[in-house]
Design a protein around this ligand. Structure first.
Ligand SMILES: O=P(O)(O)OC[C@H](O)CO
Ligand SMILES: [Mg+2]
Length: 270
């Protein structure tokens, strides 16, 4: 699916010397900052937009498990190069990638794949757990009155199943934009979802340069850059590191995020 990432990033990444972990390898593991550009060049951040699957919720493992099961029936294996091309996308877009990339499109339609996947996923999603640091970061930004929103490729039915146990935490979001929102014409890497999220804050459309996106998926990082926003990537360690290059900062965990680097209020427990 070589044409699935139609948007080209428009910026140059300058690896930065501002953060101690980028200049001193000994500090790198301490801070768990994998890499970063210069946040100060982006201006202070006023609004934050979170991805959900794989970033706030540990749900990507469910998709992986189900896709492994389906592929095993065709004596094929699911790997992280295919995962990288599917994650973050709307369900039908990811399904098309799956059947095309695996060479199964003649025997399995994207729609039939989705139906089979759905049957297994709907039993798994209610058990979704938070990723490390997700609750701390959301609660911190909310307490400091930094406007926060959610922008997920998940459609409403999946969103509700996945957040069943976490309703109170997700209610702290000023608004939620879902993959089946009418304004989201194309899934990530299109900027649609982040532009829609930026428009719905109380004080009107937010200057994209003042918005910070948190993402785990290559398509999501590209979507944020296509929306002209800054993006912190928290990738699964199994994802090829070549996908890190597009992000402004790459962290091993949300626990490693330093709000002050982006002009946001510091954690009080830091
Ligand atoms: O990563 P999200 O939250 O945009 O979700 C997208 C899909 O539903 C899962 O990859
Ligand atoms: Mg995600």
């Amino acid at each position: 699916m070589g044409s699935a990432l139609p948007f080209k990033p428009h910026w140059n990444l300058a690896k930065c010397c501002a953060h101690p972990s980028t200049t001193n390898p000994a500090l790198s593991s301490l801070y768990s900052v994998v890499s970063m550009a210069t946040p100060s060049s982006k201006g202070p951040i006023t609004h934050v937009i979170f991805d959900m699957d794989g970033l706030l919720l540990d749900t990507e493992k469910f998709y992986t498990e189900v896709q492994e099961i389906i592929l095993a029936r065709y004596n094929k294996t699911f790997d992280w190069s295919l995962k990288a091309k599917m994650m973050g996308k709307k369900a039908i877009e990811a399904a098309r990638v799956f059947v095309e990339e695996t060479g199964l499109s003649d025997s399995l339609s994207a729609e039939a794949f989705l139906e089979e996947r759905e049957e297994m996923l709907r039993h798994m999603f209610p058990a979704s757990e938070l990723m490390p640091g997700a609750s701390r970061l959301i609660r911190h930004l909310h307490a400091k009155e930094v406007p926060i929103a959610l922008a997920t490729g998940s459609h409403r039915r999946h969103f509700e199943l996945k957040t069943q146990k976490h309703g109170e935490l997700f209610s702290l979001m000023h608004h939620v934009v879902l993959g089946d929102d009418p304004e989201v014409k194309q899934g990530k890497p299109s900027p649609d979802i982040f532009l829609a999220a930026a428009k719905r804050f109380e004080d009107g459309p937010v200057d994209p340069h003042k918005a910070l996106v948190f993402e785990d998926a290559p398509s999501g990082v590209l979507a944020a850059k296509n929306a002209k926003m800054s993006v912190v990537m928290v990738p699964d360690p199994r994802l090829d590191s070549s996908y890190h290059d597009t992000a402004d900062q790459v962290l091993s965990s949300l626990l490693d995020f330093n709000p002050q680097q982006w002009g946001l209020p510091p954690f009080e427990d830091a």
